[in-house]
Design a protein around this ligand. Structure first.
Ligand SMILES: Cc1cc2nc3c(=O)[nH]c(=O)nc-3n(C[C@H](O)[C@H](O)[C@H](O)COP(=O)(O)OP(=O)(O)OC[C@H]3O[C@@H](n4cnc5c(N)ncnc54)[C@H](O)[C@@H]3O)c2cc1C
Length: 373
């Protein structure tokens, strides 16, 4: 048994890497352990959309800390993190009403209402039939296929030890038991994402943690679509806690059930973001302990059709399709648990881990509780 570091981080997804980056910056020696040979989990499968504004009011401060972390880590590790904001077109009066309420609730610094012409310009679709929309200027964009791998490479170059292809079986009281033996550290932070059950099954039982699967695609980006696009739509307004708290959201939900029954059935969040070489489009939500591995072709085509309608792309060229997976809980957005004085477990149990990762790393390392606790 060897003392390897001040801090062992289990999991080299964005949450583990953000924690490792911050701890290293604070002068700790850090050892990262991951069962894969590179980041391949939720942190590379997603939209790269750091959607601070749409989160609930009590996550606003955490979002601000996370935004600073993203900007500093990107500058340090040499990956791109930009702040183009998010555009939300309103295609019906019910959607516009929700956006107006959100604007009245948050104010101009967070939510700017847009006329229809500006929405069309921002989405690159002059023919979009919309009533107007909103811009959320604080939101950030990263390329999910670049950010976590770049951060891992940067930490390696700075002398942080990585043990890839090493599965962790148990953690407690400063000991980390793995497929390559036991390691010791003063503190251990466990960020296993959807694989929490492998190490802490009792936490899975306590919070009903399950896996959410999402149908995704990468399409070619026509030249008229902005290269820093981040678009949410009416379905998104009903999903993100901040916007979904507005009084007229139930009216919008009812409208969507009638107008878009198949999207409602798919628990869709029709959205799109640009990455170099394309546009990421999605998504649907399906919840299971052990999900089916198959992508439903009709559902994939439905999401492609609806997303590209907003963008005026008549014949999308699909480059990739995949099923994304993240940890979910019906009762909390974040499992933050300290089973003993030397162990912290952190799992984002909602589709907001890219948004909040650097803020959660701050909670983990300062010993703070999750907001609202
Ligand atoms: C399709 C999709 C779209 C999304 N869109 C967004 C978005 O737009 N905005 C947003 O904020 N969030 C989004 N999310 C959610 C976000 O991607 C996740 O919340 C976040 O990436 C979780 O990061 P993580 O580090 O906790 O998990 P992961 O990236 O899954 O990393 C966990 C790591 O732990 C390792 N590991 C697990 N168990 C063990 C073990 N026993 N031993 C060793 N290693 C282990 C795994 O190999 C993995 O590398 C999306 C997710 C998906 C799938």
């Amino acid at each position: 048994m060897t003392d390897t570091a001040d801090l062992i981080v289990v999991g080299a997804g964005i949450l583990g890497l953000a924690t490792a980056w911050r701890a290293h910056r604070d002068g700790l020696s850090v050892h990262v352990i991951d069962r894969s040979d590179r980041p391949v989990g939720a942190s590379v499968q997603n939209f790269g959309h750091a959607c601070f504004t749409a989160q609930s009011d009590d996550l606003r401060d955490l979002g601000a800390v996370s935004a600073d972390g993203w900007a500093a880590a990107a500058a340090d590790a040499g990956f791109r993190a930009s702040r183009p904001g998010t555009v939300l077109p309103a295609v019906t009066a019910a959607e516009m009403q929700v956006l107006e309420e959100f604007h009245a609730h948050r104010g101009d610094a967070d939510v700017r209402l847009l006329g229809p012409g500006t929405v069309r310009d921002r989405l690159g679709n002059p023919a979009l039939d919309c009533l107007g929309g909103a811009h959320l200027p604080r939101d950030m964009r990263v390329n999910p296929r670049e950010a976590a791998p770049a951060l891992a490479r940067h930490l390696v170059a700075r002398g942080v030890r990585f043990s890839w292809r090493t599965s962790v079986h148990a953690v407690g009281d400063g000991e980390v038991h793995t497929s390559r033996g036991t390691f010791r550290a003063a503190q251990t932070v466990v960020c296993p994402g959807e694989h929490l059950n492998d190490i802490f099954p009792d936490l899975v039982d306590e919070h009903g943690v399950r896996t959410c699967t999402l149908t995704m695609a990468l399409i070619d980006r026509p030249s008229g679509i902005p290269d820093d696009l981040a678009m949410l739509t009416g379905t998104s307004m009903t999903r993100y806690d901040g916007i979904a708290a507005m009084p007229s959201v139930d009216d919008l939900r009812r409208e969507l059930v009638g107008r878009e029954p198949a999207l409602t059935e798919a628990i869709a969040n029709v959205m799109a973001t640009s990455v170099p070489g394309g546009i990421l489009v999605g998504d649907s939500h399906d919840y299971a302990t052990s999900p089916e591995p198959f992508i439903d072709a009709d559902q994939s085509d439905l999401l492609l059709d609806r997303t590209t309608r907003y963008l005026g792309i008549g014949q999308p060229v699909v480059r990739q399709r995949w099923q994304g997976r993240y940890a979910d809980s019906p009762s909390t957005n974040l499992v933050l648990h300290r089973p003993d004085g030397r162990t912290t477990v952190a799992v984002v149990t909602s589709g907001i881990g890219m948004t909040l990762s650097f803020g959660i790393a701050d909670l983990v390392l300062t010993g703070a509780d999750a907001p609202g606790k």
